[in-house]
Ligand binder design. Sequence first.
Ligand code: H2U
Ligand code: ZN
Length: 341
Amino acid sequence: MSSFNLADHPHRRYNPLSGEWVLVSPHRAKRPWQGQQEEVPADTRPAYDPTCYLCPTNVRANGERNPDYTATYVFENDFAALQPGTPDGALQNTGLLRAESERGICKVICFSPQHNLTLSDMDVTAIKQVVDVWQREYEELGALDFINHVQIFENKGSVMGSSNPHPHGQIWAQRSVPAGPANETRQQAAYFAEHQRSLLQDYVAQELSEKTRIILENEHFVVLVPFWAVWPFETMIISKRHFQHIGQMGEEEKLAFADAIKRLSAVYDKVFNVSFPYSSGLHQSPTDGQAHPEWHFHMHFYPPLLRSASVKKFMVGYELLGEPQRDITAETSAERLRSLI
Ligand code: H2U
Ligand code: ZN
């Protein structure tokens, strides 16, 4: 038997950010890539759609009319999952049945007035304006006394549950720190306490020296397939500088962040010759009034597609009951993404 290596043998990889593991089965993906390049129907969306509830001047579900906005537009979600006026409370003396009330604010951000664009079609200065909005919203919502976490994200494509092709994202700001960011807080805090350095600072240094999982970089950001990726073409954008949140980003860094998003989404759209669906989002320090020196700003991209424009990876059986599993290795995915630049 040959000695263990990551390219040939089933193994588990550890995600130091979440504390979770992923099973990797590279022998199942040994065959050369055979994804068929389907002919995808051309995008015939108009720049303005009179029936779209996000287009400028149109009326939304709650009867409000959008202004004739020219760059970005933010409004409170008409069907918000969290509400600011929820009364405090919790189940009392109910044994294992625990519940507590949750307050929050949900917003929708239109990235552009143009109905037929995606982030990857927008130029870097327009994406920078979206980054400016993210920064302002993180600071304003985070400053509210009952808001301890601000989650900024985008669902792109109907396969990811996006309700409308108009380019937009969401913000859910709330009193509690949700499970994912709470895990990352715990993991980064433990690492920082032990090493007095940021976990992702050390991780990026290791990746930059190994190079195999790097997709691209600019002066301020690195784009890579994380060693512990679960989704076939999962990536992260990680800041080179160790800082905690988007509020600490200067103009040059925001422009570089926009550039990284632009270049990554351009690569993604070439993988299967479609507007690449994904869920993406910023991860940054909670807004709970603590300094959180352990936190290192980053963005996750979780695209579901596996083999073609229509064949996505399923998170089923073993993944639901055991732990996530993938065939194609992070290194192979990174090589493929790099080849499309
Ligand atoms: P998604 O496409 O990711 O579902 O986000 C769109 C959001 O827009 C969704 O959360 C909201 C939905 O509640 N929305 C409004 O706030 N007003 C509307 O008129 C329609 C949709
Ligand atoms: Zn629209």
